[in-house]
Design a protein around this ligand. Structure first.
Ligand code: IPM
Ligand code: MN
Length: 404
């Protein structure tokens, strides 16, 4: 039984998460695994109603799950960054989710803005460090609003922090069995502190003689990603640079509508989310593309040890995107719920089963349970049966710290 917290959040978050859960339910039906979902209420509405962004109790509760599915956070009614720092960064730092895994995979040539590029040319994955750098929160503003104002933000890198994410990237590169090339992206020619990345990368690399060590400064990496994206296999990089180059990566494969990410601590509760934001202008219009969330569900299934289900979700997305029925991944092209249905249909088609049991909301394996303080019912809006098991649940034996 997988225990999944669902933090739908703001803007288009609830709509895309609803579709992600639809696909999860279908995958559970087909592959025969069981799961429970608990809604976490955090986000702008909750903050405006209670004054609570993401309290310590929520973080403590988050520890008790196997995974967290997050929709989107951010709302124009709330000070810029407040909710993002409290909830997204709160989970990343609070759960020590040191890997932010971001696949950049082109499913069909038509979605690529580069001329003459095919899916074979664009299949890389970015391993973004997720707990340090300018995101560590060490900084502030002095004499704000005066002519003598001083603003400081420290980029923090620890040896242990670099080493664990670099090791993860080498392991992943080996496991992928692709070009076996790991590219370190940094700015060591200008940012002297990045020397710690250079050295750690080389030292850990001694244990991975089968992996080719490659390097690019971040500015050049942006240039290469456009000019020769086929060069890349796995990229490992700092938190801030990883944030930036993955938006570029997303655009190369069709845009934010398809870009998913996993915030991972191997063997522990991890958080999965689309990399797009809350897109308030599309909220409530049933027009956002839920495929990024669907792909995040696929990554979550992989993390939960449901590799077969994860693969079939990815295959369903691929078959849909190569079918010719989808011409753009931008918002507004296909209604959000219709896109979710199409993935579910593709899943069932590939399984040789009929779609009826999923469409009717009849669950075989899944039982929704509702959080004590959260919204009632399951997060996908269906009434949801109350699950029996409480929070105090023995933890399963955990896998060693390597990509799964
Ligand atoms: C992302 C987002 C976040 C980040 C924001 C919302 C804080 O852009 O997940 O890429 O910068 O990490
Ligand atoms: Mn970003």
């Amino acid at each position: 039984m997988h225990d999944i917290a669902v933090l739908a959040g703001d803007g288009i978050g609830p709509e895309v998460v609803r579709e992600g859960l639809k696909v999860l339910e279908a995958a559970a039906d087909i592959h025969g695994f069981r799961y429970r979902t608990v809604a976490m209420p955090h986000g702008a509405d909750h903050y405006l109603a209670t004054g609570e962004a993401f309290p310590d109790t929520a973080l403590r509760e988050a520890h008790d799950f196997d995974a967290i599915l997050l929709g989107a956070i951010g709302d124009p009614r709330v000070e810029t960054g407040l909710l993002e720092r409290a909830i997204i960064a709160g989970l990343r730092f609070g759960l020590d989710l040191y890997v932010n895994l971001r696949p950049v995979r082109l499913y069909d040539a038509r979605f690529c803005p580069l001329k003459d590029r095919t899916p074979e040319d664009l299949d890389l994955i970015v391993v973004r460090e997720n707990t340090e750098d300018a995101y560590a929160g060490i900084g502030g503003i002095l004499k704000k609003g005066t002519p003598n104002e001083v603003a400081v933000q420290q980029m923090i890198y620890t040896r242990a922090g670099c080493e664990r994410v670099i090791r993860y990237a080498y392991e992943l590169c080996r496991k992928r069995g692709g070009k076996k090339r790991l590219t370190l992206v940094d700015k060591a020619n200008a940012v002297r502190a990045h020397d710690i990345w250079t050295r750690t990368f080389a030292e850990v690399g001694l244990e991975y003689e089968d992996i080719q060590q490659d390097h690019a400064y971040v500015d050049a990496a942006c240039m290469w990603m456009v000019k020769n994206p086929d060069w890349f296999d796995v990229i490992v990089t700092t938190n801030l640079f990883g944030d930036i180059i993955t938006d570029l990566g997303a655009q190369l494969v069709g845009g934010m509508g398809i870009a998913a990410s996993g915030n991972i601590h191997p063997g522990r509760v991890s958080m999965f989310e689309p990399i797009h934001g809350s897109a308030p202008k599309y909220a409530g219009k049933n027009s956002a593309n839920p495929l990024a969330t669907v792909c995040a569900v696929g990554m979550m299934l992989d993390h939960l040890g449901e590799e077969g289900a994860a693969r079939s979700v990815e295959d369903a997305v691929r078959s849909l995107l190569t079918s010719g029925r989808i011409v753009t991944l931008s918002a507004g092209a296909i209604p959000t719920d219709r896109m979710g249905d199409m993935v579910v249909e593709a899943l069932f088609k590939a399984s040789g089963r009929r779609t009826s049991s999923a469409a009717g909301g009849k669950r075989k394996g899944a039982v929704a349970k509702s959080a004590g303080k959260g919204k009632s019912g399951s997060p996908n809006g269906s009434p949801g049966k109350r699950g029996g098991a409480g929070r105090a649940r023995p933890r399963a034996a955990r896998a060693p710290a390597s990509p799964r």
